[in-house]
Design a protein around this ligand. Sequence first.
Ligand code: TEU
Ligand code: CA
Length: 553
Amino acid sequence: MNKAFWKEAVVYQIYPRSFMDSNGDGIGDLRGIISRLDYLQKLGVDVVWLSPVYKSPNDDNGYDISDYEGIMDEFGTLKDWEELLAGLHDRGIKLMMDLVINHSSDEHAWFAESRSSIDNPYRDYYIWRPAQPDGRLPNNWSSIFSGPAWELDETTGEYYLHLFSRKQPDLNWENPRLREALYKMISFWLDKGVDGLRMDVINLISKTPGLPSAGEEELDWGGQYFMNGPHVHEYLQEMNEQVLSKYDIMTVGETPGATVDDAILYTGEDRKELQMVFQFEHMDVDSGPGGKWDVVPWTLINLRNILHKWQSGLAEQGWNSLYLNNHDQPRMVSRFGNDGQYRVISAKMLATLLHTLKGTPYIYQGEEIGMTNVKFSVLEDYQDIETHNMYREKVTVGGADHETILNAIHVKGRDNARTPMQWNASANAGFTEGTPWLKLNPNYNDINVEQALADPESIFYYYQKLIKLRKENPIMVYGKYELLLPEHEYLYAYTRSLDNEKWLVLLNFSDTPQRVDLPEELKTVNRLMISNYEESSAELETLRPYEARVYSY
Ligand code: TEU
Ligand code: CA
């Protein structure tokens, strides 16, 4: 296996709107991030992935870009951005920018041109279709943000495709001029010294020609016709050849619906597409047949089966990204751990998983202090467009029960991850001196950075220790992964091995003690590398609630 920086790196994701506000307007910004760089350095991360900071009307918080080469006014200026980049580089931290090129904002100049007439030179930058002869929409695809994926534009009487909100029209990758314009824009940023790219829903860029309707319903899930579509690999190879390969950068593609086989194609080292993908299978472990909002209990058996499949599947080809939450997902400790009595212990246990599986770990802001999900009691306190559109479709129009849907929002809503970063116990957790754009999680008195930095046993220092351990021990990066106890209901156990060294990872996913039956050779001499309990256990063979232990042999 080839060695590479991006395999050894630990990435920290910043959602700028919610990280740190420098000027009291309630919105996080670049100068706010600059003021917290020492904090990131202290944690020890190698790379910062910055969610979008480009100009945007913020229908979807920056994932709807109206000017790819400008900085959003609320976030600051290009000069601030340059200062941020320099500040990171001074501290030996790389910067990974978010690239949202499956769609733009409907307020992008290209779309203004495109919609203006059928023969405008920019018309084919987007995907336009007339209604069907009987007057129905061009096809029956539903949007990922509810409702139909088509919007009628009065100017020309045709519909445009938007897989996300109606303010996020999909770009037409079949048009070589569009692709060229995007590559030029990418070079603009790479020439400025950007070290990496996270590509938003990059596996949705190629739609099946003819845009066939899917399923039986009036509106139905058309994923089979736009996920991992017919030309996606060709486009990625072209982008790689024309731009990415000219720079020494790190790349990760967000790929909902990608299987292990797809991922081998996206990340196989000889294929020259991407280095890693964000797969979604483990994020669906608590979704029922009705999808994301159809919340069902998850089991460790299911979660482990998925993670194990990805560990094995990408063992020889490709490379895994490792994440348990991000700006679109609930907080990891609330979802996979225990955000009550065992919050600290279980957050550390999950952190151990994140850093000891094989792959590149991605930490989401606030995870390192164990921030939790939030439960707003009124819908108006939520800001996320996905949440509001879904509520309208299901409750206002569909007649579903308000309480059931509000509960689903509590468990799955994206705003769980977006409540402002909790810096200290002062007003608004020190995030802003104004009114925050999204309410804080009321638990900031107890859970905040200041508290974490003052407590040697905090989750923060445990992350710091894991990151340091990973730097000192190549086995954590390159060691071969092998599963143990494949049937156990509550324990996830595996080994990593490299040369003559072997590590054993034991993780208890339950709030009760669990017995381990280890193979004879693992009962012998060993050294405890890290554990989330203060007092070491006398017994090798029993794990306490949410206990994590890593041994070296
Ligand atoms: O997300 C894509 C995606 O498919 C989901 O994660 C989505 O956000 C949602 O949770 C599905 O229920 C990416 C970005 O990460 C997300 O923030 C954007 O809203 C979306 O693309 C559109 O750009
Ligand atoms: Ca601000």
